[in-house]
Ligand binder design. Sequence first.
Ligand code: GDP
Length: 449
Amino acid sequence: MASTLTERLSRLVKTMRGQARITEDNVQEMMREVRMALLEADVALPVVRDFIARVKEKALGAEVVGSLNPGQVLVSIVNRELAATMGEGVSDINLAAQPPAVILMAGLQGAGKTTTTAKLAKHLIEKRKKKVLTVSADVYRPAAIEQLKLVTRQAGAEWFPSTKDDQPLAIAQAALDYARKHYMDVLLVDTAGRLAIDEAMMREIAELHGALKPVETLFVVDAMQGQDAVNTAKAFREALPLTGIVLTKMDGDSRGGAALSVRQVTGAPIKFAGTSEKIDGLEVFDAERHAGRILGMGDIVALVEQVTQGVDMAAAQKLADKVKSGDGFDLEDFLSQLSQMKKMGGISGLVDKLPSQLTGGRTAQLGQADMDRAERDVRRMEGIIFSMTPQERRKPELLKASRKRRIAAGAGVQVQDVNRLLNQFEQMRDMMKKMKGGGLMKMMRRMGG
Ligand code: GDP
């Protein structure tokens, strides 16, 4: 199991007790860990280098205050720099144009353009109360046109027909005319993608851009693409003035390093994240949350590993026996882990020991608000598990989309929160499996000592 950046830095920090400052000497080693963490999250190498240089500069000037150690301060700087690099605040779709506002969708084949076009249509209809028309300029794949028709219907938007015998430019013009005549607020133009960068494709989309003068040109990119996302992003940025990025397949298991790379290479804000194949799987991008994902922080494994005191050894043994006997680790056990953490004097009582884990890294400005937030996170996780039936808790594999939706509604959270909890649970279960009981006790003892 890859350890999180926080864990690695904490380990390093143990070897440099008493050093109250971040110095040239101790920063080198820490930077190596940060670099590893970013590479593991699939951030592209040149982007990592740039990033490290910026963090180093900030770190060297940073004060190490109060009970914090240099490692914790550094995690906090890294976290903040990541969030700042990926964008501040939220940026919704810009519709400030003479209607119809044209939105051009760009990206490789399979990136999720067509799906995202429909998701955006639904978003604009429901959240912005707009009249939306979609059209496909992908004359190379008739199936793509049909797919857009289908998902547009699901989104409740209007679809403008096109065929493989038309020219992309002519299709776009006809759709624009139709949109004007029918008082559409927005025209979403889905375009042809190729499996790899291709000059003819770039020329075609640049021509479409010139003719349509879109108010938004969105680059759709698959978060699972990792390192490759950089080259794709570069090629699209050179061909088109991009105004925003949509990062799809964020429900996958990538650490999402592509976000950082693509943002840095294009300079365009990341506006949305695709979180499922379904039409409602689109969320406004949250840079701060995503920074935590890239660093692998906020995961419960790190939290548990760091809690060296107050571990209930009897409960740990019981758990160890259970894992050993092959009963498996289920969400009931996960719940009891959470309540154990609460018993240990509540989250705020632990803050002295583990500020960075509990605050997602914002240790330097640790305040009551951060503690409250951490408490809330644990309560929310409990709330999600409480909304499950006992059967679901024992067999988490039952949790398919519709059950997740019900649980999210019951707990008053987003489906993504349910997914996050399940990810954390799976991480812990994997760890338990590797530990095979005996190892677990050893680990607990090591932590306690
Ligand atoms: P296009 O070729 O760029 O138009 O890509 P599509 O819209 O056809 O999407 C390619 C595949 O990715 C399809 O199977 C989609 O269902 C899937 N997909 C798109 N966005 C997401 C997402 O956010 N999450 C998941 N899990 N799948 C997605």
